[in-house]
Design a protein around this ligand. Structure first.
Ligand code: BGC
Length: 250
């Protein structure tokens, strides 16, 4: 099945058509800047633009940088507060005229990696981290997701993991990569102590710089970049939309 996957991030909205039997992107990857004002009508206008670009009229999966339950937005750390408790699926369906499934971006990235990437056939506890504007988490036990875990908000010595070590922090504080890496190491060792995972998979913008970063992170658990790198959110959103589509009786 082909599905339009859209990943709404802090700096950009990225989208592509995804072949869901492989997770491969089968179109151009279209990226437009995220609006500074992230209130619903601004985001909806961008989503409309994306759908028009692809001239798309089938199912859509959208990854949002917030926890989402049954299409409803449960917090607003990264988007305008007026999204709180909004039924994002219905809003996106109204603007696009297509069936839309909305999912947390880290959960989406994790689903892509578990199904077709580094977490495939991996038993035990797989901890997928999306490190970009924020830090998102997705936990899988023997391939089964515990959704909306939000472990980027865990406080370590009074400072949350994402304030300490997200890419946004690195840029805003002008941190040298070597210093940032040590902060990430503290975050990962804290997760190790709390969860004892069997594998860490890193997606988001950091995954594209794995060679410059991972060798300097000293932890016990194996650490790998996401196979889908920064596209894991797009792919996973499309896979979630496919699952949703298959649930609807014909
Ligand atoms: C949000 C998460 C999201 C992560 C990455 C965090 O600030 O709370 O829901 O997955 O950023 O975008």
């Amino acid at each position: 099945m082909v599905i339009l996957g859209i990943d709404i991030g802090g700096t950009g909205i990225k989208a592509s058509l995804v072949e869901t039997s492989t997770g491969n992107l089968i179109s151009d990857r279209y990226r437009i800047p995220a609006p500074d004002d992230t209130s619903p009508h601004k985001i909806l206008a961008r989503i409309h633009e994306v759908v028009k670009h692809f001239n798309w009229s089938g199912p859509i999966g959208v990854a949002l940088p917030e926890p989402v339950r049954n299409g409803v937005v449960m917090s607003t750390y990264n988007i305008d507060p007026s999204w709180l408790d909004a039924d994002a699926s219905t809003l996106f369906e109204e603007i696009t005229g297509c069936p839309v499934t909305v999912v947390n971006d880290a959960d989406a990235a994790g689903i892509a990696e578990i199904r077709f990437g580094e977490g495939r056939n991996h038993d035990g506890l797989v901890f997928v981290l999306t490190i970009g504007t924020g830090i998102g988490s997705a936990l899988f036990m023997n391939g089964v997701l515990v959704p909306n875990t939000e472990l980027g908000h865990i406080e370590i010595n009074g400072i949350s993991a994402h304030v300490r070590a997200s890419e946004r922090t690195r840029i805003e504080e002008g941190l040298k990569r070597s210093k940032w890496v040590k902060r990430l190491e503290l975050v990962l060792t804290t997760y190790e102590k709390l969860f004892h995972p069997d594998l860490f998979i890193i997606s988001g913008s950091l995954s594209k710089k794995a060679d410059k970063t991972f060798p300097y992170i000293n932890i016990k658990t194996p650490l790998v970049p996401a196979r889908f790198l920064n596209n894991a959110g797009i792919v996973g959103a499309a896979l979630c939309a496919e699952d949703q589509h298959n649930k609807i009786p014909a």
